[in-house]
Design a protein around this ligand. Structure first.
Ligand SMILES: Nc1ncnc2c1ncn2[C@@H]1O[C@H](COP(=O)(O)OP(=O)(O)OP(=O)(O)O)[C@@H](O)[C@H]1O
Ligand SMILES: [Mg+2]
Length: 239
């Protein structure tokens, strides 16, 4: 049985328009999937269904064969989503409090929660900023903190929505190193990005969304050969 299965998923907005439609794919445990496609193609809307944040209008999402909507707590605990917009995710006053918010809500013993926060802040390059107010963090720092908050939950499946946006060169290298470590540690990863060329050594699967539909699904090399048609740069394209 696949770990995560998306079956004929469709989402219609209140204005009657469809954000995504007829999307189906399945993910095995431990895979590294890149999800790409033009601005507005439905990537963010799609992944918000994977941890139950959005409710399908059509179809369903299954985690270990069970609909995520039937156990939202399990879905939110097992499927971590790092938002595209970190300001929507970072809610606490200080860096430490924010990174600790998830683990503390899991009811973990304080030592375990502290260990996770320490590790997550270290992995995201935020060690030393524990007491800083989140309201004064730079764009890259808040992006890192949103990441740290999800990492500290230690979910089995982690979805990163544009993790590289706004990060500097060291931040980007650190982010790639972190993704590599998570993959080696057996996590199942989905990375939404317009910079798929940075992940060629990690990805074993590539999905392309186009106008709310899943246009391509396969090995990255095979998918990239057809990518230009969907506004995605193919292999070795100079631009
Ligand atoms: N509540 C809503 N009502 C109507 N349309 C919406 C709503 N929310 C999102 N959309 C539209 O749905 C489409 C898909 O949005 P989505 O955020 O999934 O795009 P995306 O592929 O993640 O794009 P990007 O690469 O820019 O992040 C967009 O055209 C967006 O404007
Ligand atoms: Mg998006």
């Amino acid at each position: 049985m696949p770990l995560l299965e998306v079956e004929n998923l469709g989402h219609r907005f209140a204005d009657g328009s469809w954000g995504i439609r007829n999307v189906s794919f399945a993910l095995e445990q431990g895979g590294f999937t890149v999800l790409t496609g033009r601005n507005g193609s439905g990537k963010t809307i799609l992944v918000k269904h994977l941890n139950g944040l959005l409710k399908p209008t059509e179809g369903r999402v299954l985690l270990d064969g069970k609909p995520v909507q039937s156990d939202l707590l399990a879905a939110r605990t097992r499927v971590g989503l790092v938002f595209q917009n970190p300001y929507a995710q970072v809610i606490q006053e200080t860096v430490r409090e924010d990174a600790a918010f998830g683990p503390e809500n899991l009811g973990l013993p304080p030592e375990e929660s502290e260990r996770r926060v320490r590790e997550a802040l270290s992995e995201t390059g935020l060690t030393g900023l524990e007491e800083r107010y989140t309201g004064i963090l730079s764009g890259g720092e808040i992006k890192r903190l949103a990441l740290a908050g999800v990492i500290a939950m230690e979910p089995e499946i982690i979805i990163f929505d544009e993790p590289f946006a706004g990060l500097d060169y060291p931040g980007m290298k650190q982010c790639i190193a972190m993704l590599t470590a998570l993959k080696t540690g057996g996590k199942t990863l989905i990375v939404i990005t317009h910079h798929h060329e940075k992940l060629t050594r990690l990805a074993d699967r590539m999905l392309i969304m186009n106008q709310g539909r899943l246009a391509e699904d396969g090995r990255p090399e095979a998918v990239l050969a057809r990518a230009e048609a969907y506004g995605v740069a193919g292999i070795g394209v100079q631009w």
